[in-house]
Design a protein around this ligand. Structure first.
Ligand SMILES: NC(=O)c1ccc[n+]([C@@H]2O[C@H](COP(=O)([O-])OP(=O)(O)OC[C@H]3O[C@@H](n4cnc5c(N)ncnc54)[C@H](OP(=O)(O)O)[C@@H]3O)[C@@H](O)[C@H]2O)c1
Length: 325
């Protein structure tokens, strides 16, 4: 008779964790390493052990007092909406996940995210399982940017096969997903990017790519059914001139110039929302290879300032993630 082999006991969840918090809005210097209590999940929430946190422009905009700052109820708080990691504990009413599951999500958006930490608590509806073929590092780069691209193209613009779609910043976080999703739908995709990213943009599916900053796009592009405006200002104003009759410009810029915002039939401004069903479809596409993510990693929460600084340069190809801790 052999005694049944005992499963190794799961190490107890610590009571404290490393995190990067901000006590006041401002420059890179306000990102401070802290030791904080590990948050407790409510009945509908999941405690995730974070492996990587994705960086988005909204992170540094909020850090500086713009972005979602007005929605943050209290300082200090922990930034970070995009995360991937493993389930540590789940609330009593959570049935979709169990400890050890690999998950990703855009968590708690637009309230304080909490992702720049070793642990984060999130509603179960903000999370999905990560396909085995995807690393947690790459998974952390997906949720906010891919959901934004999905919601802009499919929910708002309702693009279809053959539509001419102009995607600004085609090599960026949102853009690199938007190009692939639009192409999958059968659209004719026109992108803008700097010269060093033209080849990358074509590899994602752009049929035409133009450098921005000069007159070229505006003399060559016309009759566009949908514009995904990731830039705002002058780019939005010029884009309105190449929009076809009945076309729609979807802008992601919520805080800049008001160009075109008084024409609600031609311009719609959106703010991304968590959506589990859409994120599951995105995960399935990443699993079957019909969607890919381009991500570079900055190692360690202590280097989150470097990640913010890179993102603020506005020339990242794809996404940046920070590995945790
Ligand atoms: N409303 C929402 O829900 C929502 C959601 C997500 C993002 N956003 C906003 O949308 C914007 C884009 O987000 P993201 O994550 O894609 O940013 P990102 O990854 O930081 O964008 C970087 C890319 O922007 C390109 N770029 C910079 N200036 C440009 C210009 N004038 N014209 C065309 N491309 C330009 C760069 O291209 P090169 O390197 O080739 O020069 C780079 O590839 C941000 O302002 C973000 O806050 C809003």
């Amino acid at each position: 008779m052999f005694a049944a082999k005992k499963k190794p006991a799961k190490p107890a969840t610590p009571t404290e964790m490393k995190a990067v918090a901000i006590d006041e809005f401002g420059g890179l210097e306000v990102l401070k390493s802290r030791v904080l209590p590990v948050p407790q999940p409510s009945h509908e929430e999941v405690l995730v052990r974070v492996a990587a946190a994705g960086i988005n422009p909204v992170d540094w905009k909020t850090r500086s007092g713009a972005g979602m700052a007005e929605r943050i109820k209290a300082l200090p708080f922990v930034l970070g909406w995009d995360i991937a990691g493993t389930v540590e504990q789940q609330g009593r009413r959570v049935t979709m996940f169990e400890p050890g599951d690999r998950v990703m999500g855009m968590v708690n958006f637009p309230a304080a995210g909490g992702g720049y930490a070793e642990f984060v608590v999130a509603p179960d509806t903000h999370l999905v399982k990560v396909p085995d073929s995807l690393s947690l590092r790459d998974a952390a780069a997906v949720p906010l940017a891919a959901l934004t691209a999905w919601q802009a193209l499919f929910d708002t613009a309702r693009i279809g096969a053959g539509d001419r779609v102009l995607i600004h910043a085609a090599a960026g976080g949102v853009g690199h997903f938007a190009v692939q999703l639009a192409k999958q739908k059968g659209a004719y995709v026109i992108g803008t990017a700097s010269a060093r990213n033209h080849e990358f943009a074509r590899s994602l599916g752009c049929d035409e790519v133009y450098s921005y900053g000069g007159d070229e796009p505006w003399t060559r592009i016309d009759d566009v059914k949908t514009v995904i405006d990731t830039v705002g200002g002058e780019t939005r104003a010029q884009s309105l001139k190449v929009l076809a009759r009945g076309g729609l410009l979807v802008t992601l810029q919520t805080g800049d110039s008001k160009a075109g915002l008084n024409s609600p039939t031609r311009v719609k401004q959106i703010l991304v929302k968590p959506n589990q069903h859409q994120l599951e479809q995105i995960a399935a596409m990443l699993c079957d290879g019909s969607l890919r993510v381009q991500a570079m990693a900055v190692n360690g929460l202590r280097n989150v300032t470097e990640a913010h600084s890179l993102s603020e340069s506005r020339h990242v190809r794809g996404k940046i993630v920070v590995t945790v801790p």
